[in-house]
Design a protein around this ligand. Structure first.
Ligand code: AMP
Length: 218
């Protein structure tokens, strides 16, 4: 199964991607996580993209596509993957189509998480992420950890992503509307788009997504 997960920042892509990937037994590939890991480890790539992430802008396509391709070519992704945060504009979508064509594969679905804009800002502003595992996500109102600042799952430190501050969120939303939203029409023309509401509890959204995805053996 090869899936692209899309939707505005704050729709719950990271949370749902981790859960869906587990259920479908495919790797969860998040370009945002890959960039953050590089920044954390102080790699050359990390240095190159640090300021861009902090400002909520998009990393140049060349860099992003090469990194995503590299990850998709790893053996665990041979039978499928769930892409989270990639592609993020038409040119990345075209690059992905080209790669898949070269590998003799195609996408099975583009899952679009839909959410009202004021809900996005509230969700992001309250989001806290675990330093040890970015799939451990909490919210100060919706799903607070048992102990403030500490991850329930692994005891890691919870922090607010630098790009989750309100002014950056607004910038990321603007970038989403301008650059990313057009990919939905691009994929709609290929008959791949499945839109679901991202409102409700985490398990409700996962259930909705599983029901909406096409059934496929591989
Ligand atoms: P995310 O975790 O998906 O919200 O991504 C965090 C940040 O990483 C974005 O605001 C961008 O700066 C960068 N980023 C992630 N994925 C991409 C992509 N496909 N293309 C360009 N920049 C990206």
């Amino acid at each position: 199964m090869r899936i692209v997960l899309t939707g505005p920042p704050g729709a719950g892509k990271g949370t749902q991607a981790a859960l869906l990937a587990k259920r479908l037994d495919i790797p969860h590939i998040s370009t945002g996580d890959l960039f953050r890991a590089n920044i954390e480890q102080g790699t050359e790539l990390g240095e190159q993209v640090k300021a861009i992430l902090r400002e909520g802008r998009l990393v140049p396509d060349e860099v992003t596509v090469a990194m995503a391709a590299d990850r998709m070519e790893r053996p665990d992704a041979r039978h499928g993957f769930l892409l989270d945060g990639f592609p993020r504009n038409i040119s990345q979508s075209e690059a992905l189509d080209g790669m898949l064509r070269d590998w003799g594969h195609k996408l099975d679905a583009v899952l679009d998480l839909e959410i009202p804009e004021d809900e996005v800002v509230h969700r992001i502003a309250g989001r806290r992420v675990c330093r040890k595992d970015s799939s451990h996500v909490f919210h100060v109102d919706y799903s607070p950890p048992r102990r403030e600042g500490v991850c329930d799952a692994c005891g890691g430190e919870l922090y607010q992503r630098e790009d989750d501050r309100e002014e950056t969120v607004r910038k990321r939303l603007a970038v989403y509307h301008e650059e990313t939203e057009p990919i939905i029409d691009y994929y709609r023309a290929q008959g791949l788009v499945v839109t679901i509401s991202a409102l409700g509890t985490v398990p409700q959204v996962t259930q909705r997504a599983m029901a909406a995805l096409p059934e496929r053996a591989e």
